[in-house]
Write a protein that binds this ligand. Structure first.
Ligand code: GNR
Ligand code: NI
Length: 172
C-alpha cells in the first residue's frame, strides 16, 4: 500500500467527471487500499479517487476514524436511488479544500447502491454523517466540491484562503 498525494483546489483535475469501473479487479483493489491509507494519513473520514488524481467512480470512507477505530468502507460506482425531501444543514470540510468549514444543505437521508471491494452489489440506507459524507464524496465523482454549494462570494473567499495557505507553505 502507498500514500498518494491529495490534489488541492483549484486543481482543474478536481472538476473532472469520473468514469465508472467496469470490473473490480486487482488494480481497483490496490486503488481502494491506497486511498484508505491516504485518507487515514490525512485524518479524513472519506476520499474520492479523483482527489488522488484517478478519475474513476471509487470512494472510501471510515466514519469511525474520529473515534480511533477502523471501519473501512469502499463504494464503487455508487448511485443514489432515493433522497428525502427533508434536508439538513451540516458543516463540511474537504481534504482538497484544507481548513475551510462551511454549512451545506443536503437531503437528510438517502438510499444508494454500489459495488463493495469484492465487487458485490450492495444497497445502503444512510442518514446523518454517513448520508452527508456519501453525498459529498459522490459530488467529487461529478467534479463538484462542497464549496460549489456556497454563494459565489463565500466560494471565492474560500478559494483565496486556500491559495494563500498554499503560497505561504511554498515560501516556508
Ligand atoms: O474528512 C472529511 N470530513 C468531512 C466532514 C464533513 C462532511 C464531509 C467530509 S468529507 C472530508 C474528506 C473529504 O474531503 N472527502 O472528499
Ligand atoms: Ni472532499
Amino acid at each position: 500500500m502507498s500514500i498518494r498525494p491529495i490534489l488541492i483546489a483549484p486543481d482543474p483535475r478536481l472538476k473532472a467527471v469520473s468514469e465508472p469501473v467496469a470490473r473490480v479487479d486487482d488494480e481497483i483493489k490496490k486503488l481502494v487500499d491506497d486511498m484508505l491509507e491516504s485518507m487515514y494519513a490525512a485524518e479524513g473520514i472519506g476520499l474520492a479517487a479523483i482527489q488522488v488524481g484517478v478519475p474513476r467512480r471509487v470512494l472510501v470512507m471510515d466514519l469511525a476514524q474520529k473515534e480511533g477505530r477502523r471501519e473501512p468502507q469502499a463504494f464503487i460506482n455508487p448511485r443514489i436511488l432515493w433522497a428525502s425531501d427533508e434536508t439538513t444543514l451540516v458543516q463540511e470540510g474537504c481534504l482538497s479544500v484544507p481548513d475551510i468549514w462551511e454549512d451545506v444543505e443536503r437531503p437528510s437521508r438517502i438510499r444508494a447502491e454500489f459495488l463493495d471491494r469484492d465487487g458485490t452489489l450492495q444497497a445502503i440506507d444512510a442518514e446523518e454523517l454517513l448520508a452527508t459524507c456519501l453525498q459529498h464524496e459522490m459530488d467529487h465523482l461529478n467534479g463538484i466540491l462542497f464549496i460549489d454549494h456556497l454563494s459565489k462570494l463565500k466560494r471565492s473567499i474560500a478559494l483565496r484562503k486556500v491559495q494563500k495557505a498554499k503560497r505561504l507553505e511554498k515560501a516556508s
